[in-house]
Design a protein around this ligand. Structure first.
Ligand code: NAP
Length: 310
């Protein structure tokens, strides 16, 4: 077997990819995890996690470091190794800037990325006051005026985190009800974080740096400008499905990969796990799906077991 011939390649090093790697590696599969950035996935941007069993409170970066160290016992992890294309089948030929990797089975655990608001000024002021990650960039706004945009758990968590590092936070949401977890809503209210409800962002204003945001109240149409130093956009995610598309894998109407209970996709030998499959986007779900996908990849490679059981 050449150095770059693996039983299994996992694309994406988030909770799903790590869990898949741990299960596959422990089953005896020679496994590589390919990650285009630093390992960790979306967990890294989560300031605080309170629903991973066994850890009452842990930061995203700490939990993801634990996942990484655990997975490294069983699999090779190649970070900053972006998959450019996947061709062939059994083996799949995976091209990265460093060369080709071959693998008899594949798990796609590429997750989802931040949705943008798509309003004027967002592109130009990205990284100049507009951020999509409070844990990464919050520190730069200590003691300053910031806005968090969104009404899901991510927006609520960002608002709490930024408040706790002494930012003056306004939480802007387009409705008057939050879809985020009730426990987080309660925390936001008990911290008396200022809520700006029924309000949409129309434009980000600033030349070199973000200076303010133009808002519209959706109930009465009133337009206003709010001065802020930072804006944290947390309006959901979109699936990173380019590789799946290129392989002709069936997707649902929102672009998430369709899987069966074994996390098999519509292409034999390709499995998927984590946020890329849609549904409940939780670390524990991603890890659980990863465990199933890693086990299924092992069973798939143990033919005739796979064919007899399908
Ligand atoms: P999300 O739950 O999809 O919420 C996105 C929010 O952004 C919604 O409130 C939505 O408003 C708003 N929004 C979307 N497009 C918008 C636009 N163009 N303009 C203004 N607002 C817009 O996304 P998320 O908060 O990133 O969470 C993603 C997933 O991760 C969810 O499944 C969530 O449960 C999970 N998660 C869980 C935790 C936790 O359990 N502690 C923490 C973080 C994330 P509407 O409500 O009006 O649609």
């Amino acid at each position: 077997m050449s150095d770059d011939m693996f039983d299994l390649a996992i694309i994406g090093a988030g909770p799903a990819g790590f869990a898949a790697g741990i299960y596959a590696g422990r089953s005896g599969l020679r496994t590589v995890i390919l990650e285009k950035q630093m390992a960790g996935g979306q967990v890294v941007i989560s300031p605080l996690i309170e629903n991973w069993p066994g850890e009452k409170e842990i930061s995203g970066p700490d939990l993801s470091m634990k996942f990484r160290e655990h997975a490294r016992r069983y699999v090779e992890i190649r970070e900053f190794s972006e998959v450019v294309s996947v061709t062939g089948k059994k083996p799949f030929i995976i091209t990265t800037p460093e060369g080709e990797v071959k693998a008899k089975a594949l798990i796609i655990a590429t997750g989802a990325e931040h949705r943008k608001l798509g309003v004027p000024g967002e592109e130009a002021l990205g990284g100049r006051g507009i951020s999509y990650c409070a844990t990464c960039d919050g520190f730069f706004f200590k003691g300053k005026d910031v806005m968090v945009i969104g009404g899901g758990s991510t927006a609520l968590l960002y608002a709490i985190y930024l408040h706790n590092i002494d930012c003056n936070v306004k939480l802007v949401h387009r409705r008057d009800e939050f879809r985020g977890e009730k426990a987080l809503q309660d925390q936001v209210r008990s911290l008396k974080i200022e809520l700006v409800l029924n309000t949409k962002v129309e434009e980000f204003i600033g030349d070199e740096q973000l200076e303010g945001v133009r808002l519209r109240n959706v109930k009465n149409g009133e337009v206003s400008e709010m001065k802020v130093n930072g804006a944290f956009v947390a309006v959901g995610e979109i699936p990173m499905n380019e590789i799946a598309r290129s392989l002709g894998i069936k997707l649902d109407s929102e672009g998430y990969i369709k899987v069966d209970r074994r996390m098999s996709t519509s292409v034999p030998g390709v499995f998927a796990a984590g946020d890329i499959t849609g549904g409940l986007k939780q670390i524990i779900v991603a890890a659980g799906e990863g465990a199933i996908a890693g086990t299924s990849a092992f069973e798939y490679l143990m033919e005739p077991y796979w064919t007899e059981n399908h």
